[in-house]
Design a binder for this molecule. Structure first.
Ligand code: MG
Length: 158
């Protein structure tokens, strides 16, 4: 078994779409980034890459590269899965937390789990997605940013 950890942050702005775990969430503010700024998928990518000791998401998908401009982060995660599988690993489980003041993420968690379990090639029960607010404290609490953490286990294929 190999453990991995990932974290990601994006700024929030009005009139931008908000993607979390591959699902578009109705929101007054959306995340800003070079890709579609899906903070949850980026944290998952870094956890998987970390567990396989394959560097980080910025190394594989540079935010200077026009080819990744506006890209659907599900494509990045599928590419990470190829790298992880090429190195001889498969995903055991992931556990992630999204930090967002508003709107509530929890109503969307079942759909997010469906999307992610398909890409990660695991059962729904192996994808844990949790959500919390930042109790109105600092930039996250003031709805200026969104953050996500993820840990994962990889197992080496026999
Ligand atoms: Mg990111």
């Amino acid at each position: 078994m190999r453990i991995g950890f990932g974290v990601d942050v994006h700024r929030l702005e009005k009139n931008k779409p908000l993607f979390i775990g591959g699902v578009k969430i109705p929101s007054e503010k959306g995340a800003v980034g070079h890709s579609d700024a899906d903070v949850l998928i980026h944290a998952i990518c870094d956890a998987l890459l970390g567990a396989a000791n394959l560097g980080d998401i910025g190394f594989h998908f540079s935010d200077q590269d026009p080819k990744f401009k506006g890209i659907d982060s599900k494509i990045l995660l599928r590419n990470v899965m190829v790298l992880v599988k090429d190195k001889g690993y498969s995903v055991g489980n992931i556990d992630a937390t999204v930090v967002l003041e508003k709107p509530k993420v929890n109503p969307h968690v079942p759909m997010i789990k469906e999307v992610l379990s398909e890409i990660l090639e695991v059962n729904l029960d192996d994808v844990s997605i949790k959500a919390t607010t930042h109790e109105k404290v600092d930039s996250f609490g003031n709805q200026e940013a969104i953050k996500s953490y993820c840990v994962c286990l990889l197992s080496r294929n026999a």
